[in-house]
Write a protein that binds this ligand. Structure first.
Ligand code: NAI
Length: 344
């Protein structure tokens, strides 16, 4: 039986992994700790590891895991910006869950927009205090407004369908447009100038780091709403804060934050957090922040567990790794898989 170290375990992760693991020859060793250079040694005695979005898989972690005999890292998520792929190449096979439910994330993005625009977060708090005043709760119709979607992959396209269902006009920016999709593609600056609502659905890469920066914010419509369910560092948070303070941005709903890794998924309610930008953002009535939970549906959790366990099974059986990713795998498919169906 293969021992697999499972990092950053939360009760909701265990439900589906425990339910499904009987079908596989794995012993899952659950750790609450995140995977980092401080905890990588905990993989001793394990042949594989399972990690998540806020684990840090840098060169030292990869080397420690290698010394411990870990040959495969199964990411139980789609994003992979937290991995040093150059360090991993030829040493550690990295597999992921490319699509577990684009609906979970796209529906969540729309629910953030609806909540923020119609001030549900404020109305909920008011009525709990028997405050039935409507002052300050005015929103706007989404019907007829323009949604600007950055990234038209699996999640972006579901979000576009949802926006169309609301009668919104949709424009999109993606360096790799989907052919014959009927999507109106425009340049990033034009998208910023025309959109009433901007929603981010692209991965975090060197090119997309701070794609929403001071200059882009300056081009946007006054009162624009920004929704980010992708990765925090797509937005320069300090520039966003200034744009909200000045009224340039009318509302921001963020399920991700660039400095989230030491905060999100943990309870700091008895502590004063030291991140002043986050604290200021949270204090604003037109900012809605949630803790990277867009993926959190039953369907997504089940799919994540199933695909992660299947990825590990394929690795240990020597089968092709359909969901492997390395630094050469990119949108253009520059990674030529080996005859055994693996990146190396
Ligand atoms: P995908 O790979 O299907 O689509 C990503 C799209 O972004 C592609 O069409 C790609 O061409 C485009 N893209 C690449 N570079 C770009 C750039 N410079 N500008 C604009 N677009 C660019 O990925 P999927 O499944 O749609 O996921 C999107 C992102 O959502 C993930 O990268 C991940 O960061 C995030 N995510 C967040 C979750 C959450 O719980 N908040 C859960 C799952 C994913």
């Amino acid at each position: 039986m293969k021992r697999i170290a499972f990092f950053d375990t939360k009760p909701y992760d265990k439900i589906w992994f425990d339910r499904l693991k009987a079908e596989y020859d794995f012993e899952l060793v659950y750790f609450e700790e995140k995977l980092s250079s401080n905890t990588a040694s905990m993989t001793r005695g394990c042949e594989g590891a399972i990690a998540f979005v806020n684990d840090t898989i840098d060169r030292s972690v990869i080397e420690t895991m290698g010394k411990n005999g870990v040959g495969v890292l199964a990411m139980r998520c789609a994003g992979y910006n937290n991995i040093d792929f150059k360090a991993a190449f030829q040493k550690l096979h990295v597999v992921r869950v490319p699509a577990y439910s684009p609906y979970a994330v796209a529906e969540y993005a729309m629910s953030l927009l609806l909540c923020l625009n119609r001030k549900l977060h404020r109305a909920f708090n008011r009525t709990r205090e028997y405050n039935f005043s409507l002052n300050g709760l005015t929103g706007f119709d989404l019907h007829g407004k323009t949604a600007g979607v950055i990234g038209t992959g699996k999640i972006g396209r579901v979000f576009i369908d949802i926006c169309r269902g609301f009668g919104m006009n949709v424009i999109a920016y993606d360096p790799y447009p989907v052919k014959d999709s009927g999507i109106e593609y425009v340049g990033l600056e034009e998208l910023c100038r025309r959109a009433d609502v901007i929603s981010l659905h692209c991965p975090l890469t060197k090119e997309t780091h701070h794609i929403i920066c001071e200059q882009m914010l300056a081009q946007m419509k006054d009162g624009v709403y920004i929704i980010n369910t992708s990765r925090g560092a797509l937005i320069d948070s300090e520039a966003l804060l200034e744009a909200i303070k000045s009224g340039k941005v009318g509302g921001a709903a963020l399920d991700v934050y660039e400095e989230e890794s030491d905060l999100f998924y943990e309870d700091f309610s008895n502590t004063n957090i030291s991140d002043d930008v986050l604290a200021r953002l949270i204090s604003m009535h037109n900012v809605l922040i949630t803790s990277h939970q867009a993926f959190l549906t039953d369907e997504a959790l089940q799919n994540i567990a199933e695909t992660t366990l299947q990825n590990l099974k394929a690795y240990f059986e020597g089968a092709p790794l359909q969901n492997e990713i390395c630094y050469q795998c990119d949108k253009l498919g520059n990674c030529e898989k080996q005859p055994n169906g693996r990146c190396f």
